[in-house]
Design a protein around this ligand. Structure first.
Ligand code: ATP
Ligand code: MG
Length: 525
């Protein structure tokens, strides 16, 4: 059974991403496009569009054009947008690299993507340079935005006086970006997203996400990840908003930037919600500018969201997506206060869903759990160099098998239960770890928590909780944690093992790295 979006289809224009974002830039040339949250430095739309053209010209002079891939290894700054769009403007493909990657990880992405150049910053050069050398790039191929001995800088490239290259983009075929999935469940995969995929997801959001020229977006989530790249940077720039960048998450600095730059729209992942709900520092800043907090990338618990809403007096919305969908397929539409923030809202325009029982391959109906399958113009072309993974994920009918278990209600509102692969099987019953984590977070003495399946002495899989105590909560013990959960869930979902740790391992995009906890468990046994 196919479920459709409650919204009518939107028209996806047949244009490149650059045309969508910058065709009418002259009308807003003097408005501020980006602000460096750390230094306060501003870049107008006119400056941004001009720099993109200069960079595209410089890349063309170096022989970079259609079919070429260029890497970006940088934290969020206004110049990220220049580099990203300069590469696309030259007709090439940008592969965005996790700024926390080791040299070997950077090298493996550069090699897999076949990158011919790398843009980085001086602080990341110790990882970027050896990686670039490993794949045969020269010092001249490694641009250091803020400058470094022996490398071209962004200023050098922007001084180009050559013509802006005239490239003809085929939006449906040409790969604009090659981000890598987060690597939460295994090795990160290169995801081929065309111009049409990116353009589609931006226009699909118009009836759902209400942003405009007066919106001030806080951009702390990394632009190298699809959420930051599309929802924060490109969606923001497409409507003429102001995007305030931060290079990394640091709670006091995050709160300072919101207060000082009066950002009204703050995009987060659930770990930030934990801090906003629980950390004492939050009360010391004026966060009254915040109108809406939007959470994505991992499950947001409804009680946690309610605590944030109450403490900050703002709206809290949730959306769901994945790299393979450019990325958003579901979100709570603006103004729909009737929809619980514990859900991911409704199906995006131009999209269709199926909910399929992974065991039988049969569709399930309203109210029943199944693997979520999605079809729409924002669904990737495929994985790079990985025909096997592509055919296992994208079926012949064009449905993407998300690997997430979800349920749709009679009103068309979708809830994500958990990942198919991370469900714990306890005596044949399914236990979603995300649900137990949400319960644990409601405990006043628990600062953070994660749950994985471990084998007990009889070889039976049981839920184990890794728990971070709040400061001054030394008296919280394992029995206390287990009783707390047992009082709130069905008997088969009880937490049966507890370990206290210093911090929950999380990715830069805000996901709990359960695979790291499982690996640690294996190493211990
Ligand atoms: P990999 O595919 O490499 O293992 P990943 O799936 O974490 O990593 P992303 O594309 O960054 O890589 O993340 C997409 C996944 O994030 C989804 O499949 C889903 O499991 C999770 N996710 C995103 N948003 C939500 C949400 N609102 N609620 C629950 N899960 C979410
Ligand atoms: Mg994935």
């Amino acid at each position: 059974m196919i479920f459709r979006s409650p919204f009518p289809d939107v028209v996806v224009p047949d244009v490149s991403l650059h045309e969508l974002l910058f065709a009418d830039v002259a009308e807003r040339a003097d408005r501020v496009a980006l602000i460096d949250g750390t230094s306060g430095a501003e870049m107008t739309y006119g400056q941004l569009a001009g720099a993109i053209d200069r960079l595209a010209a410089a890349l063309a002079e170096r022989g970079i054009g259609k079919g070429d891939v260029v890497g970006i290894l940088s934290p969020n700054t206004p110049y990220y947008a220049v580099v990203f769009h300069g590469i696309l403007r030259a007709g090439a493909t940008a592969t965005t690299i996790n700024a926390l990657y080791t040299a070997n990880e950077v090298a493996s992405q550069l090699a897999d993507a076949g990158a011919k150049m790398l843009f980085t910053v001086s602080v990341l050069l110790p990882n970027g340079l050896p990686a670039a050398q490993q794949v045969g790039l020269t010092d001249d191929d490694v641009v250091v935005l803020d400058g470094a001995e022996g490398h071209p800088s962004l200023t050098t490239l922007l001084a180009s006086t050559g013509p802006v290259p005239e490239v003809v983009i085929d939006p449906a075929e040409d790969v604009a970006v090659l981000p890598y999935s987060s690597g939460t469940t295994g090795k990160a995969k290169g995801v081929m997203l065309t111009h049409r995929n990116l353009v589609a997801n931006i226009v699909q959001s118009t009836p759902i996400i209400n942003i405009g020229g007066d919106t001030r977006i806080l951009a702390v989530l990394p632009f190298f990840h699809i959420y930051g790249m599309q929802v924060l940077m490109n969606n923001g720039l497409s409507v003429g908003a102001t995007v305030v960048t931060m290079p990394r998450f640091d709670l006091p600095e995050f709160l300072r930037v919101i207060a000082e730059h009066r950002t009204d729209r703050v995009y987060i992942a659930p770990p930030v919600a934990v801090a906003l709900a629980k950390h004492p520092l939050v009360d010391q800043f004026d966060l009254s500018a915040i109108d809406t907090i939007f959470s994505g990338a991992a499950p947001l618990d409804v009680d946690l969201a309610a605590a944030v809403r109450k403490r900050l007096g703002c709206k809290v919305l949730q959306g769901y997506g994945m790299t393979e969908m450019s990325p958003v397929s579901h979100a709570i539409p603006e103004g729909r206060d009737d929809i619980s923030v514990g859900t991911v809202g409704v199906i995006y325009p131009n999209m269709e869903n199926r909910f399929v029982d992974p065991a039988t391959g049969e569709d399930v109906g309203v109210g029943e759990r199944g693997e979520l399958w999605c079809r729409g113009p924002n669904v990737m072309k495929g994985y790079l160099n990985n025909e096997e993974a592509t055919s296992a994920t994208l079926d012949a009918d064009g449905f993407l098998h998300t690997g997430d278990v979800a349920v749709i209600d009679a009103d068309g509102v979708v809830s994500i239960v958990d990942r198919v692969k991370e469900l714990i099987k306890y005596k044949g019953y399914q236990v979603p770890p995300a649900e137990l984590e949400a319960v644990l977070l409601t405990h006043p003495q628990i600062a953070d928590a994660a749950v994985v399946g471990v084998l007990d002495a009889d070889g039976e899989e049981v839920p184990k909780a890794f728990v971070v105590r709040q400061a001054n909560a030394d008296d919280l013990d394992a029995a206390g944690v287990m009783t707390f959960v047992a009082d709130r869930v069905a008997p088969h979902k009880k937490v049966r093992v507890v370990e206290f740790i210093e911090a929950i391992p999380k990715s830069a995009a805000g996901k709990i790295l359960r695979k790291d906890l499982r690996a640690r468990e294996k190493a211990d046994s």
